[in-house]
Write a protein that binds this ligand. Structure first.
Ligand code: NAD
Ligand code: UDX
Length: 459
């Protein structure tokens, strides 16, 4: 099975960067990324590489190298499906917002639509690769739809979950810890393996059966999220006892059995994956009547919700139990640094909590636009868009955000916040000038010496 043309359905945070790297490393393969969203495709095609729809350090250089050579972004979904030897499905699989499994199960309607469209238009045999994160046994559904076309076209379905993290996507894609391929057909597996072998050492490419591969993706995210919730639960205990959560994380992380990564206490994990995939894991476990398993993983989400609420409550309590009419500056809105993605960002929930207490909020984030911030709040449907707009202002620099503020909260760990002119910020703020560091980013000792009242998670 020689692969000359690849199509990827879905030009989002995964499809865009992943296919850019596959095209960069396989100049002889034509890679076409398609999407229903015409604006997104136009944004991927624009000349100004600083305005690509996904902000990722290093992505612009990869796109510059491959785009127009063997990397194409297009809205012609059917044509790209027809021509492809291999099709990656990289569409969104959000938590269901309706019907059975609402608020827990993954919504597979976009996956099914892709499978049906592939079945409808294909006239030649193809390898279908699940790149999206999906519940275990989804490949069976896809295969079922594809096998009933009646056109005699052969399809092989592989699972190839993506492990990149946003903000470090290009580094993760260039140097993956492992590539996981699940499947039944050795030739199809070999064809996909060969694409990765263009830059990934063979020993890093793991092959498993389909179901192990599908499930491993959910489990990997669950374990990572569990570590964040574990350390966040300890951050509260540290605050109550005088221990310091960074010191505890460092002390336990030195044990090679525990390891040092993913032990940074924070205002709570966000992002499009952790909560969605945990909820899905819980749902799957319950659907097999494994309630003890479901309850165990559900607790990871509960601690995360608790951490976000706790941070908001700490702000209110510290500011004399009321934030009514007080201005609170938010530095950061993205769910982590080095991305413009705000999905499930802790900032959204902390803001919503404070707005309920009639606070006024000003936000500065280096990469997130005001429209996105209002959209995020609007999605919660706690109040009208007009009310949100009257209570929350978006600023284009951190000093304007801090001007006249009673308190300032760090919600995202952008590096640039460390180097701000904190003396200037202090003169602009109301006194006492409170700082709530939800990322343990700043030098608390220095800020306290400067006269700020400084609170950080877990201290
Ligand atoms: P995204 O929302 O950024 O992108 C998905 C894109 O698919 C959208 O642009 C949408 O318009 C398009 N789409 C949906 N249905 C379509 C159809 N029928 N035809 C053509 N285009 C269609 O999502 P994402 O963050 O890229 O995530 C995609 C998948 O990858 C999800 O399953 C997610 O869980 C998984 N994943 C995400 C990350 C991450 O860091 N974002 C990491 C690993 C895995
Ligand atoms: C995650 C997984 O890491 C990645 O492998 C998978 O493919 C997609 O989901 P992502 O959500 O992009 O990636 O970012 P990640 O670095 O995992 O951070 C998730 C959230 O946890 C962020 O809000 C981050 O700030 C938070 N976090 C992470 C912590 O609070 N503390 C930590 O120690 C690590």
């Amino acid at each position: 099975m020689e692969i000359k043309k690849i199509t990827c359905i879905g030009a989002g945070y995964v499809g865009g960067p992943t296919m850019s790297v596959i095209a960069q490393k396989n100049p002889d393969i034509q890679v076409t990324v398609v999407d229903l969203n015409a604006q997104r495709i136009a944004d991927w095609n624009q000349d100004d590489l600083s305005q690509l729809p996904v902000y990722e350090p290093g992505l612009d250089a990869v796109v510059a190298e491959a785009r127009g050579r063997n990397l194409f972004f297009s809205t012609e979904v059917e044509k790209a499906i027809q021509e492809a030897d291999m099709i990656f499905i990289s569409v969104n699989t959000p938590t269901k917002t309706y019907g059975k499994g609402k608020g827990q199960a993954a919504d597979l309607k976009f996956i099914e639509l892709c499978a049906r469209q592939i079945a409808d238009v294909s006239t030649s045999s193809k390898i279908i690769v699940e790149k999206s994160t999906i519940p275990v046994r989804t490949a069976a559904t896809i295969k079922n739809i594809l096998d009933h076309t009646g056109k005699g076209v052969q399809f092989q379905v592989l699972s190839n979950p993506e492990f990149l993290a946003e903000g470090t996507a290009i580094r993760d894609l260039h140097h993956p810890d492992r590539i996981l391929i699940g499947g039944e057909n050795p030739e199809a597996i070999q064809a996909l393996k060969k694409i990765y072998e263009a830059w990934v050492p063979s020993e890093r490419i793991i092959t498993t059966n389909l179901w192990s591969s599908e499930l491993s993706k959910l489990v990997a995210n669950a374990f990572l999220a569990q570590r964040v919730s574990s350390i966040n639960s300890i951050s509260e205990l540290c605050e109550a006892t005088g221990a310091n959560v960074d010191e505890v994380a460092n002390a336990i992380g030195q044990d090679s059995r525990i390891g040092s990564k993913f032990l940074k206490a924070s205002v709570g994990f966000g992002g499009s994956c952790f909560q969605k995939d945990l909820l899905n894991l819980v749902y799957i476990a319950r659907s097999y009547n494994l309630h003890a398993v479901a309850d165990y993983w559900d607790q990871v989400i509960k601690i995360n919700d608790h951490q976000k609420t706790r941070f908001a409550e700490k702000i209110i309590q510290t500011m004399y139990n009321t934030v009514n009419g007080k201005k609170i500056a938010f530095l950061g809105w993205a769910f982590k640094k080095d991305t413009n993605d705000t999905r499930e960002s802790a900032a959204i929930y902390v803001a919503d909590h404070l707005l309920e207490e009639q606070a006024e909020i000003s936000v500065y984030d280096p990469k997130v636009l005001d429209v996105q911030i209002y959209k995020d709040l609007d999605y919660l449907a706690t109040r009208t868009l007009e009310e949100n707009k009257s209570l929350l202002q978006v600023e284009t620099n951190p000093y304007d955000a801090a001007a006249g503020a009673h308190g300032l909260a760090i919600l995202t760990e952008w590096d640039e916040f460390k180097d701000l002119d904190w003396a200037k910020i202090k003169t602009q703020m109301k006194k006492p000038a409170f700082i709530f560091d939800g990322r343990k980013l700043l030098d608390g000792k220095k800020l306290t010496e400067m006269g700020f009242v400084y609170y950080a998670i877990g201290e």
